[in-house]
Ligand binder design. Structure first.
Ligand code: BG6
Length: 507
């Protein structure tokens, strides 16, 4: 993984082909990410983008459709002049994902683009389509020969999430992809791995001598990973009804964060060394028995509520496109055990939900109390004294804070919690408005797969989740909706921690 900064080297000359170019992800994330890379001078002059989708349009109207929104999706850093200088590098080709002829036409267009833009035949295929097309597009690319690498010419394919919807479909998709592309050409994306703080967790853990010695069961009491969202499902009902929070968030983003928090130090900063350790720790998660699914998982769905500013918020079941008796979960919390030397006996609690109180993602490492509390007196009188907590904030306000106990000034010996806070913005000039996609697209252009998922990593996640999917399917929830929009989630999720004597650290 290369650090993204103005001193990073320029990516290889490439044509980026986006399948699903007329979709939301392309407009909101991918084009803005390419723009931001250009803004940071990380793209070469010989770079072009070809949009491929089912919508009938030509390049000119495609450019116009992007131009109307780009400034709002890029935000403050948008520079009209830079857009105008580069817009001619964007092409569009209408086509059918299933039609072999469309791929022949794409091949011809790519030759033309290479000729016009001076690109040397390196192609990055970005699959931003509904998942049902992933396998088909890969096979058709192979059938047309567009998967074939030659001396000095590479071909790579980025697969968006969700990668499968259960263990069987994930294995099937991996098998199908491997028939068309070799593993080194396949980049399975999880944009959480591109987020600054997620990468900074590695820097924090393995770049400092003081952290690792206390990063284990001897000192850590428990770990909480929260990815809370205040938004609902927006206009994605047809996808979300099938997916739910377990597939949409836990299967990828939360398990990816967990793997970085819990993995052993890799031997080197090399893609496979890191991914070996991530896979190893995910394999060490104790499998769920049906009984443990009942006791150690909580699912929820939001109901209607009135927000703080008096606005009525719809229940999930009242969202357009959602069944009025939907049993899709919009909230999940899990209690996990990792059977490793390092983490024996340390519970890990994961939670994520839509329409929660506010948007924030963080990892909380709660340390054990001091072994001998010589300030016991102070503790008894002030029972609210909490153990030390390290909080790694992923978003917003990226940073790291340590909460510990200090003496309150004065003659009486009282203790109180204080906070040592590191905020990215205070230390680094580089603004961090990136979504995660910038780093990942750049890494892929440079051939660095560190932050992408390997086939075995994906499969091990589904293997772990499969018993939960099975039990939940056979026992549909009877209490949905069970949390009001704008809250911290269902009460059972609080009970999950309360049983162990803990509570969620809410913001
Ligand atoms: C996506 C999920 O992968 O991640 C969405 O499909 C979710 O449902 C999004 O809203 C969250 O990403 P971020 O970067 O906004 O935290």
């Amino acid at each position: 993984m290369r650090p993204l900064s103005s001193s990073s080297s320029i990516a290889s000359p490439t044509v980026v082909v986006i399948f699903g170019a007329a979709g939301d992800l392309t407009k909101r994330k991918l084009i803005p990410a390419l723009f931001n890379l250009e803004l940071q001078n990380l793209l070469p002059d010989q770079i072009a983008m070809v949009g491929f989708d089912r919508v009938a349009m030509d390049s000119k109207s495609y450019r116009q459709s992007l131009a109307s929104d780009i400034s709002s999706f890029v935000g403050n850093g948008f520079k009209q002049q830079l857009w105008d200088e580069n817009v001619e590098k964007i092409y569009y080709m209408p086509g059918d994902f299933r039609d072999p002829d469309s791929y022949q036409k794409l091949k011809t267009l790519l030759k033309q683009v290479d000729h016009e833009q001076g690109t040397p035949g390196n192609y990055l295929f970005y699959l931003a389509t509904p998942p049902s097309f992933f396998g088909i597009i890969a096979s058709e690319l192979a059938r047309s020969g567009l998967n074939e690498e030659a001396e000095g010419q590479w071909r790579r394919i980025i697969i968006e999430k969700p990668f499968g919807h259960d263990l069987e479909s994930a294995i099937e998709l991996n098998t199908r992809l491997h028939k068309s592309f070799q593993e080194h050409q396949i980049y399975r994306i999880d944009h959480y791995l591109g987020k600054e703080t997620v990468q900074n967790m590695m820097a924090y853990r393995f770049g400092n001598g003081t952290v690792e010695p206390i990063w284990n069961h001897r000192y850590v009491d428990h770990v909480q990973i929260t990815v809370a969202e205040s938004i609902g499902i927006e206009d994605r009902a047809s996808y979300y009804e099938e997916a739910g929070a377990l597939r949409d968030m836990i299967a990828n983003h939360l398990l990816a964060v967990l793997s970085i928090v819990a993995m052993e130090p890799p031997n080197s900063f090399d893609a496979d060394a890191i991914r070996d350790e991530q896979t190893k720790v995910l394999k060490a998660i104790e499998p769920f028995t049906p009984q443990r699914v009942l006791t150690d998982t909580v699912r929820g769905q939001y109901g209607e509520a009135v927000s703080d500013n008096g606005q009525h918020v719809h229940a999930y079941r009242d969202e357009p496109g959602v069944a009025s008796d939907s049993t899709t979960e919009t909230y999940v919390s899990l209690r996990l055990k990792i059977n490793s030397w390092r983490w024996a006996g340390v519970p890990f609690y994961l939670r994520t939900g839509k329409r929660m109180h506010k948007r924030y993602s963080e990892v909380v490492i709660q340390y054990k109390h001091a072994p001998n509390m010589m300030f016991r007196g102070a503790l008894e009188r002030h029972k609210n004294i909490e153990p030390d907590r390290l909080v790694l904030r992923i978003q917003p306000n990226e940073g790291i804070s340590m909460q510990f106990n200090a003496k309150v000034p004065g003659t009486e010996f009282k203790m109180s919690q204080v906070l040592m806070d590191f905020d990215y913005d205070d230390y680094f000039e580089e603004s961090n408005t990136a979504s995660g996609y910038e780093t990942l697209i750049y890494d892929c252009l440079c051939g660095d797969a560190t932050l992408f998922k390997r086939a075995d990593n994906i499969e091990v996640c589904w293997e772990f989740l499969q018993p939960i999917l099975d039990v939940w399917k056979s026992l549909p929830p009877r209490d949905f909706p069970n949390y009001p929009a704008g809250s911290y989630g269902p009460e059972e999720a609080d009970e999950l921690l309360a049983r162990d004597g803990f509570h969620w650290k809410n913001q």
